[in-house]
Structure formats: structure tokens, C-alpha cells
Design a protein around this ligand. Structure first.
Ligand code: LLP
Length: 390
């Protein structure tokens, strides 16, 4: 990413802040598009992973579509250059005003998750005098082998239409005069590193597609969601995810007519590695158990993932020298879960050292909160190792 000399300039900014490498983001997008293009797959970017306008504008300039889960995300996508006809609006709970806004904008499709939702969108579209294109989000009951808080396609999850309700959806579909059911949608979870999971998803997609076609539906689009995991342990060695293998699994596993358009909605794998959270060591001390603690000025309000999922991000002391010592690294918030690492081996930490928390471009800034009245962190941009002028 950035050289030490460049990192010296980082001291000119008030920490904590997010530092993004737009060169790496471009290389990642080019890698994803190259592999997706081999099979004619259509890529959408999931805004929830990172909704920074600068990042979104760059992503939209590559022609990706957008996967949005709120009216505000749809608005942000439109504002940052995504074409409405390339925007899908997913989300398990959509408010009427959000649905109306998306209908007004003429988005590509609503991914619908319940009979209730179908009836509401049908009603609202009817009142507006439009027909809404809809993909049915099916919950295929697949374990994605990831953290339990980020599984979405298991039978126990709140997402998607359960197998037990599919027939009822088909029965009611004749009454939905203002909906055009043209797609099937699946998204089974996030940070998936076991590729056999996607193989199982393909089998389920194939079966569902055949079933709906047999029921008389004209399914022109199949959206298989996102979920490709990234390397949190060794980000420097794996800066760009293995898109070749990922899309290859779908190319080998999907059995759909060539006329059916296949969509993906990737979030993490596009933006995770291009972002890091830069922070400063405030204090060091020793716990009652005699363990070294370093308190840094970032916390769960800037990067919630460690506190929420117990996730481990690689951490570097940009000013550290010498033999690694064991540290617990904590944030400033008054919560015992506000810990970035419990027993990290890292060169001695001292007040004023600059710290980088890696792989923070996805679900970092977008999950920031103002708890303890913290400020929302700034974004700083660099490009191919060169920092933008301050
Ligand atoms: N499509 C849908 C319907 C989704 O719910 C998600 C993510 C995506 C696409 C993008 O998935 P990705 O390619 O990023 O895996 N905050 C959590 C991740 C939550 C993911 C929620 N849904 C984390 O920090 O790990």
C-alpha cells in the first residue's frame, strides 16, 4: 500500500480516519470485471459495504450496477452515477416511502422477500400506474460456513421466502397485476471462504429456476448475491480476491439457458482491502493479569466488526521497531467488547505511535456510529501509493 515516507504525511490528519487506496480499488474492479466478463455475468456493487461518495463514483464509472437496501442507498447510488436501470433494491424490510422513491426512479428490480411485501409493492405500483419488475428472494436453506451473524440463507434466518411459502407465492402471483416477476434472487451470507458453499448454491439455483419455469414463470434474470470472502489474516499477500476461482465455480455449477442473465452483488470483495483505519496510540498500561494493554484512539464506533463479530483484522504499528511483544489493543468506548486484538504479537507500542488496522474498507466506515458522541471518521485518499495533497 503506502510507503513509510508517505505514512509520515498521515500525521497531518487527525486520527482516527479511513485511508483508501484508489489504485487498489481500480485493480480490484478490473480483476472482478475481467473474470465476470468471461461468462457474461453482470456485476452489482453492494453499497452497504462502503457508501463513501468518492468510492461509489469510481465504482459506478466502471459500469457496475448497484445493490441497495434502503431508499437512502438508492438515492446515493443515483447521485454517484449508477444508472437507475442497473439498481436493485433488496432488503428484508422496505418502508412505503422507500418503495415509492424506487418506483419513481424506475430501478431495475425489487428483490422481494415475503408475500406481504409483494402485495404492498403491487399496491403501491398500482397507485402510481406502473408495473414493477420483481425478483423473488428465495431462502435456499444453505449453511455458508461463516460467522453466525452474517449467515442469511439458512432456514433459521429472517431473510428470503422460505420453501414452505413458495407455493403460496405462486398461488397469489396471478393477482399481482402491477408486478412482473422476472427474476430469482439468492444471497446466503458474507465472508464465505469455502467455495463448495457456492457450488451448493448453484444446485439450489438450478432446481429453483427449473421449478419456476415449470410453474409458467418467465424468469429472465437470476441474481446469486454476493458473499465472497477476503483474507483478513494476511491482507498484504492477498490484496485482490480470487475472482477467477469464484466466478469459475458458478460457471461450472450453474445450469441455466444462455438467455438468462446472471447477476452478482459483491460488497466486501470489492472494497475491503483498499481501506485501512489509521489510529494513534493514546496510552499503554498493564492489566490486573499483568498483560500489556495499548489504548488507541479508534474504537468500535469507527470499526464495529471486532466488537460485533469478534473478527480479527491485521494490525500494524507504523512506528514499531524491535521484537514483537504481546498486547491487548483496546478502543476508547466504555464497552468491554471494544477490543481490536486480545493477544497480538506486535513491536512495543508507545504513546503517539501510528497504527494501521487493515482490511477495513468494507463494513468499516459504513457501520460507524456516533456512540459516546464520537465524530464520524474522515476519508483520506491515495492512489497507487501516492497520497493526495492535504
Ligand atoms: N446482497 C445482499 C442481499 C446482502 O445482504 C449482502 C450483504 C450483499 C449482497 C453483499 O455481501 P458481501 O459480498 O459483502 O459479502 N457487516 C458484516 C457483513 C454483513 C453483510 C450483509 N449483507 C461484516 O462486517 O462482516
Amino acid at each position: 500500500m503506502f510507503s513509510r515516507e508517505v505514512k509520515e504525511r498521515l500525521r497531518e490528519y487527525e486520527t482516527p480516519f479511513y485511508l483508501y487506496d484508489l489504485g487498489l480499488l481500480r485493480a480490484t474492479l478490473e480483476g472482478a470485471l475481467r473474470e465476470a466478463d468471461r461468462y457474461g455475468y453482470l456485476l452489482h456493487y453492494a453499497l452497504k459495504a462502503n457508501n463513501d461518495p468518492r468510492i461509489l463514483s469510481l465504482i459506478s464509472s466502471y459500469g457496475l450496477g448497484a445493490d441497495c437496501v434502503s431508499g437512502n442507498e438508492v438515492r446515493r447510488a443515483v447521485e454517484t452515477g449508477f444508472r437507475p436501470e442497473h439498481i436493485v433494491y433488496a432488503g428484508v424490510g422496505k418502508k412505503d416511502k422507500e418503495i415509492l422513491y424506487a418506483l419513481e426512479k424506475g430501478i431495475f428490480a425489487f428483490n422481494c422477500e415475503s408475500k406481504n411485501e409483494l402485495a404492498v409493492i403491487d399496491d403501491l405500483a398500482g397507485r402510481m400506474g406502473v408495473v414493477a419488475d420483481v425478483a423473488l428472494r428465495i431462502n435456499p436453506g444453505i449453511d455458508p460456513h461463516t460467522h453466525k451473524y452474517i449467515t442469511t440463507g439458512k432456514a433459521e434466518n429472517k431473510f428470503g421466502i422460505a420453501f414452505s411459502e413458495i407455493e403460496e407465492v405462486v398461488d397469489m402471483s396471478g393477482d399481482l397485476q402491477n408486478l412482473n416477476i422476472m427474476g430469482l434472487h439468492f444471497h446466503i451470507g458474507s465472508q464465505i471462504t469455502d467455495m463448495s458453499v457456492f457450488g451448493r448454491l448453484c444446485s439450489s439455483v438450478n432446481a429453483m429456476y427449473r421449478w419456476f419455469v415449470a410453474e409458467g414463470f418467465n424468469i429472465t434474470d437470476v441474481n446469486v448475491g454476493g458473499g465472497l470472502g477476503v483474507d483478513y489474516d494476511d491482507p498484504d499477500s492477498n490484496r485482490i480476491p480470487d475472482f477467477e476461482n469464484y466466478f469459475g465455480v458458478f460457471a461450472g455449477g450453474l445450469d441455466l439457458p444462455a438467455s438468462v442473465r446472471v447477476h452478482f452483488e459483491l460488497g466486501r470483495s470489492i472494497v475491503a482491502q483498499c481501506g485501512e483505519l489509521i489510529s494513534t496510540v493514546l496510552f499503554t498500561k498493564v492489566s490486573g493479569e499483568g498483560r500489556k494493554i495499548a489504548l488507541i484512539d479508534a474504537s468500535m464506533t469507527e470499526l464495529l466488526r471486532p466488537a460485533l463479530y469478534n473478527s480479527a483484522h491485521a494490525i500494524e504499528n507504523l512506528d514499531g521497531h524491535g521484537a514483537p511483544e504481546e498486547y491487548m489493543i483496546g478502543g476508547t468506548v466504555c464497552e468491554s467488547s471494544d477490543i481490536f486484538a486480545r493477544n497480538l504479537m506486535i513491536p512495543a507500542m508507545k504513546r503517539g505511535d501510528l497504527i494501521s488496522i487493515k482490511t477495513a474498507g468494507a463494513y468499516g466506515a459504513s457501520m460507524a456510529s456516533r456512540y459516546n458522541l464520537h465524530d464520524i471518521p474522515l476519508s483520506v485518499f491515495g492512489d497507487n501509493g501516492v497520497l493526495e495533497n492535504v
